[in-house]
Design a protein around this ligand. Structure first.
Ligand code: GDP
Length: 350
């Protein structure tokens, strides 16, 4: 009868309240990184970046690069659990008339969100007119070959032990690593991983990064990955700023849950950010009091996208952010999250 329904309503409200309290408690204790820890990690990354700039200017003065810079969640206050990684962005300068970009959907691979960068005008400007011609494979600029150039430099010709001892860090290139990564031990028990990320900024502002397609068959090797990170992070933050919302907190909770739960490792920041952005189009209440509801809704939305095998990028609907997951991974993620819907607190037990 009526009173029964009221009772179960009340019970459900109580459960939500308790989930809410646990989420905020988990946020304080496990997700958020102390300011001091973040500052020390940023300092270490900055020191390394400064050394690399000096080294590259001295050793390769004619390599056409813009100034390298650090980026990633550590710099957006979106890193969670431990301050342990950052990206070192390395922007290459390409001659406008010698290189053009072709969207992945217009190629035989048909993958939106990836691009080919083709060498143009070879008849008038023969090979080696552009510095980056040395990284040309089959008429295209190869991200793999660009990474190899930096790999040789960074892993091969920089005296990291010497630099490390000056800076009082232990620095070593991580081998093997498909992206080029430095491991920096900056305190007895603290390590920071710095990824080199070569980057192209095309004329229309499109950012392409040298991060290979995960299911890289040989024919995918020349593909550059479009990066939406700056725009999607900015959009999320702007929405929070408009209404003092908890979207970023919700994202950080979800990132922490995925980082701490091995069955969810395959979900990345971009997929979670875009799921929240899509949710924002339907759902307006992101007050702190709504956190538990929104967090559950985020889990449900993820389950839905996984069932569909497709998660569209909020900034570019053609892009499927699940396109690098295998069918089995999609099933496993969906199953784990589906189970979590009936016991969301289980996700917070670490
Ligand atoms: P987190 O690593 O989960 O904390 O998330 P981030 O938001 O820092 O994302 C870092 C990941 O995004 C790395 O795997 C990068 O390769 C990738 N990525 C794609 N585009 C960019 C970009 O423009 N900047 C940075 N820093 N990373 C990017």
């Amino acid at each position: 009868g009526g009173s029964g329904a009221t009772q179960s309503d009340r019970q459900r409200a109580r459960m939500r309240l308790s989930l809410q309290e646990h989420l905020w408690e988990f946020y304080q204790n496990n997700v958020n990184i102390p300011t001091e820890e973040q500052a020390v990690a940023r300092r270490a990354a900055l020191d390394i970046c400064a050394e690399l700039r000096v080294f590259l200017h001295a050793k390769l003065p004619d390599m056409p690069l813009r100034e390298m810079y650090l980026s990633g969640s550590l710099y957006d206050d979106l890193q969670v659990v431990t301050a342990d990684h950052a990206q070192l962005m390395v922007p290459l300068i390409l001659e406008k008339n010698l290189w053009s970009s072709i969207p992945g959907e217009d190629t035989i691979m048909n993958v939106p969100g990836f691009w080919l960068v083709r060498r143009e005008n070879l008849e008038y400007f023969p090979r080696n007119s552009s510095y980056w011609d040395r990284c040309m494979v089959g008429g295209y600029l190869s991200p793999k070959s660009v990474l190899e150039v930096f790999d040789k430099l960074v892993a091969g010709s920089i005296n990291w032990p010497a630099i490390g001892s000056v800076l009082d860090y232990i620095i070593r290139p991580v081998v093997p690593s498909e992206t080029l990564t430095l491991e920096v031990q900056y305190e007895m028990d603290r390590k920071l991983y710095v990824d080199f990320l070569p980057l192209l900024v095309m004329e229309d502002g499109t950012s392409l990064i040298a991060k290979p397609h995960r299911l890289a068959a040989e024919r995918h090797e020349n593909l550059w990955r479009q990066s939406f990170r700056v725009a999607e992070t900015a959009r999320l933050r702007a929405l929070d700023q408009e209404d003092g919302g908890c979207r970023c907190a919700c994202l950080k909770l979800a990132k922490a849950v995925c980082k701490l739960n091995p069955a969810l490792h395959r979900l990345n920041a971009s997929q979670l950010t875009n799921t929240i952005l899509l949710l924002c189009e339907k759902e307006g209440d992101w007050t702190r009091e709504a956190l538990a509801d929104r967090f559950l809704q985020l889990l449900r939305a993820l389950v839905g996208h996984l069932e569909a095998g497709r998660l569209q990028c909020a900034l570019s609907p053609k892009v499927n952010l699940f396109c690098e997951l295998t069918e089995q991974e999609v099933d496993e993620l969906g199953y784990t999250l589906y189970c979590a819907l009936s016991d969301p607190e289980g996700l917070l037990r670490t």
